[in-house]
Write a protein that binds this ligand. Structure first.
Ligand code: TYM
Length: 328
């Protein structure tokens, strides 16, 4: 039987090459072999304050990025999370019957995001991994392709699914996580110890998929580098260069070894110029596809995607409601 994959991106901040190489590119590659659902997870985005006008635009932009990357709406279901009410319904049920405070307190992303001010962040930010678990469990998902930072959340999803099954019988399929080792954690251009992030305070942290080309080149030329001048991949001693080499390799489809060879005897300046040109070529081609996609077409794709997703989600929630005793 054909296996199902589910994944999503929050429509907040600026989607960057980390999101693309870490997650979306894998999705495109998996489309031929799986039943795919790709969600614009807007209810995750509101765990922190959003401007309604900006959020509306980001939802469309995120779906456009899926399409420009090569997600095919004829083969894959693309939809907006808030259009399928069963996500929040299942999240509530899991909050009550499966999730424990202690599980959520362990989530490193929550600790990072909330920082010192844990008492003042939204309850939604704390409970967010439960909504993510609901997203996944609703669709009998087999595989969840994500970047490294979401692995802990998928593990929690597995635990919540198993706990529910132990209490009520086999209702949920327990999914596997899938990461692509070489691109699972793209680091910030301004700090190789921190991941590239769309909510970064500095725009010099990330390479946005819709960044203006000259700006993107400037970001690469300004990226921090390590001491020394040799172009070699050495993650422990040259973490900034290792990250740039990874991005170069992913954007050019060339091996790191091949790139090292090309830059023997050359310095960081030449290397960065090469990367800036490669990245510009990649972004120009991406943005050409992106700019051709019309908002109205995106809205239609999201609408019909939600109709298809809803059929699967409604079946599952009915089964859940029966099990817990709220449906006769
Ligand atoms: P989000 O929106 O933060 O990120 C979207 C995807 O991009 C990956 N990613 C990265 N990969 C490599 N390097 C990076 N620097 C980098 N930054 C982000 C993320 O791992 C993710 O795969 N909670 C999720 C969205 C979500 C979801 C789901 C995912 C909600 N429900 C169900 C899978 C299944 C999130 O905030 O991703």
């Amino acid at each position: 039987m054909i296996k199902t994959i589910f994944s999503g991106v929050q429509p907040s901040g600026n989607l960057h090459v980390g999101n693309y190489f870490g997650a979306i590119k894998q999705w495109v590659e998996m489309q031929n072999d799986y039943q795919c659902l790709f969600c614009v997870v807007d209810y995750h985005a509101i765990t922190v304050k959003q401007d309604p006008e900006v959020l509306r635009r980001k939802i469309i932009e995120t779906a456009k990025i899926y399409l420009a990357s090569g997600i095919d709406p004829e083969r894959s279901i693309i939809f907006q999370q808030s259009d399928v009410k069963e996500h929040t319904e299942l999240a509530w049920i899991l909050n009550c019957v499966s999730a424990r405070m202690a599980d959520l307190k362990k989530m490193t992303q929550f600790k990072d995001k909330a920082g010192e001010g844990q008492d003042n962040v939204s309850v939604g930010l704390f409970a967010y991994p439960v909504l993510m678990a609901a997203d996944i469990l609703l669709y009998n998902t087999d595989v969840v392709p994500v970047g490294d930072d979401q692995v802990q959340h998928v593990e929690l999803c597995r635990d919540l699914g198993k706990r529910f099954n132990n209490l009520y019988g086999e209702v949920f399929k327990i999914p596997e996580v899938k990461i692509k080792k070489e691109s699972a954690r793209i680091m910030g251009l301004d700090d190789p110890q921190k991941k590239m992030s769309k909510s970064a305070t500095s725009e010099w942290n990330y390479l946005g998929l819709t960044d203006e080309i000259e700006k993107a080149k400037k970001k690469i030329m300004k990226a921090v580098t390590d001491s020394g001048s040799e172009i070699i991949y050495d993650k422990a001693n040259k973490p900034a260069l290792a990250n740039l080499l990874t991005i170069y390799s992913l954007a050019s489809d060339r091996s790191i070894k091949d790139l090292e060879k090309e830059f023997i005897g050359k310095g960081y300046g030449d290397f960065k110029k090469g990367l800036a040109e490669t990245m510009a070529t990649f972004l120009i081609s991406f943005q050409e596809k992106y700019s051709k996609i019309k908002d109205n077409d995106v809205k239609e794709i999201l609408y019909s995607g939600a109709e298809k997703a809803r059929i699967i989600a409604q079946n599952k929630i009915e089964e859940v409601r029966k099990k817990i005793g709220v449906l006769s």
